[in-house]
Design a protein around this ligand. Structure first.
Ligand code: FAD
Length: 145
């Protein structure tokens, strides 16, 4: 199959309010530029001190970004790869990067499936796929390619 890969990881990111906004804006600005140039689309979601990001694109572009840059970025910790699949379609086909803060539908997913507040470290082999599909339907701050 020729096509794309879809990769998702989770990580921890604790900041006070001011440095949170500065770091986040820096990450989003870098992301939209790099991702647009390399045909990568995706979504970054933040809540309760945790990120979950889904990245889609050609395998070499997505793996280079994750393993050579994001995994080594000291701004976040406890980075774990939680999903990797090949696909002929993109779920996040319009966005070089879209950011979604925590909202009721994401909260409800964790309450219904994990009886817990939003905590991406609880996602498992059954819930990760549906959660990524839910992410792809979220409203957020959109950065078009
Ligand atoms: P440089 O800016 O030269 O970075 C060199 C090294 O320092 C890299 O390891 C970098 O990760 C790290 N670094 C950069 N800025 C800081 C800083 N302020 N404090 C500490 N370390 C720093 N980039 C994308 O292109 N696309 C994405 O989708 C994307 N998503 C991200 C999601 C998260 C949660 C985080 C934390 C980062 C994300 N990044 C993303 C940023 C990515 O990790 C790199 O910082 C970016 O790609 C630039 O790396 P570089 O090696 O080209 O440049």
């Amino acid at each position: 199959m020729t096509g794309y890969v879809r990769l998702a990881y989770i990580s921890k990111f604790y900041r006070n309010d001011d440095s949170f906004k500065l770091d986040l804006m820096d990450i989003l600005t870098t992301s939209v530029n790099h991702n647009a140039q390399h045909g990568i689309t995706g979504m970054l979601c933040y809540g309760n001190g945790c990120f979950i990001q889904c990245l889609e694109g050609k395998k070499s572009a997505v793996c280079d970004l994750y393993f050579k840059k994001i995994l080594k970025d000291s701004r976040h910790t406890s980075c774990q790869l939680v999903y990797f699949e090949e696909s002929i379609v993109r779920l996040f086909d319009q966005w070089a990067m879209k950011f979604a803060p925590l909202n009721p539908s994401l909260r409800n997913f964790f309450l219904e499936n994990h009886q817990s507040e939003f905590d991406p470290y609880l996602l498992n082999s059954i819930t990760i796929g549906p959660f990524i599909k839910l992410l792809s339907t979220q409203q957020g701050w959109e950065y078009y390619i």
